[in-house]
Write a protein that binds this ligand. Structure first.
Ligand code: XBP
Ligand code: MG
Length: 252
């Protein structure tokens, strides 16, 4: 089967959004609501085991704040906090405060030129994706993606494969003609659960994750002047990932 489509995760894959994007946005929302909740860099790394911002806040309360007495309208509070958090995240991304990871823009441009179809499959909120694309990839670039599958559109978030199934169904493609791009163990479980060969680019929060099953594990996608490192898997034979390299990874 030839390679026809690339499916991208967003957080940690297109950009390092978690530590300096989502985390401070959560903290701003907590402070604005007068709550004494605060997520430092290390704690946030632990909380990332739960995907989805609303789910993550509930997990924090259940596992780290036995002292907190939930109000009767706790679920509504979580929804309000998440809306405020999204507002702060969007404002940061609009200021261009969240740069793309190395090689992402180059590979997307090359993939488009090669006629590959593109989609997004992420757990984060849709507005977060569009603002990141518009301000970090460039104006109008959300149109590069045939499908932006995001957030609560599927009830079961990663590591469930549902968001990938949703994106592939919308595109009318089968897993065997696609490659997925992920950065985390939960993301990889989702993509492998959808039978997708997966290119893994790790980051500081995912260094010690289990990436068995990935087609290749890389430091990043690399650039001509800034080579990537192969952490596990086949030698690329070149310093950066391009479409030719993706076709080889897809064929084995
Ligand atoms: C991303 C997530 C998201 C973000 C926060 O995981 O789990 O919850 O951390 O975004 P993945 P929201 O990269 O595997 O898709 O607050 O909008 O959920
Ligand atoms: Mg991710």
């Amino acid at each position: 089967m030839t390679l026809n489509a690339l499916l991208f995760d967003v957080d940690g894959t297109l950009a390092d959004t978690e530590r300096d994007g989502h985390r401070p946005a959560f903290n701003q929302a907590f402070a604005e609501a007068g709550l004494d909740w605060h997520w430092d860099v290390a704690l946030y790394g632990k909380l990332l085991s739960v995907t989805g911002g609303k789910e993550r806040m509930k997990h924090y309360i259940d596992h780290y704040r036995p002292d907190y007495i939930k109000p009767a309208d706790f679920d509504a509070l979580i929804i309000r906090l998440h809306q405020t958090k999204t507002r702060h995240y969007v404002a940061l991304a609009e200021r261009g405060g969240i740069p793309l990871r190395p090689g992402v823009k180059r590979l997307l441009q090359e993939a488009r030129a090669a006629g590959l179809r593109l989609a997004i499959a992420t757990t984060t909120t849709p507005e977060n994706v569009t603002v990141l694309l518009e301000h970090s990839l460039g104006p109008g670039t959300q149109d590069w993606f045939e499908v932006i599958a995001a957030g609560d559109i599927v009830p079961a978030k990663k590591p469930a494969p549902d968001i990938y199934f949703y994106a592939m169904e919308k595109m009318g493609v089968s897993a065997s003609e696609c490659l997925a791009f992920e950065d985390s163990e939960n993301g990889l479980r989702a993509s492998l659960g959808a039978a997708l060969k997966t290119v893994l680019t790790l980051n500081d929060y995912t260094l010690d994750h289990n990436f068995s099953g990935a087609a290749v594990v890389l430091s990043d996608l690399g650039e001509p002047g800034a080579p990537c490192r192969v952490v596990a898997g086949p030698d690329l034979g070149q310093p950066f990932v391009d479409v030719a390299c993706l076709r080889v990874l897809h064929s084995v």
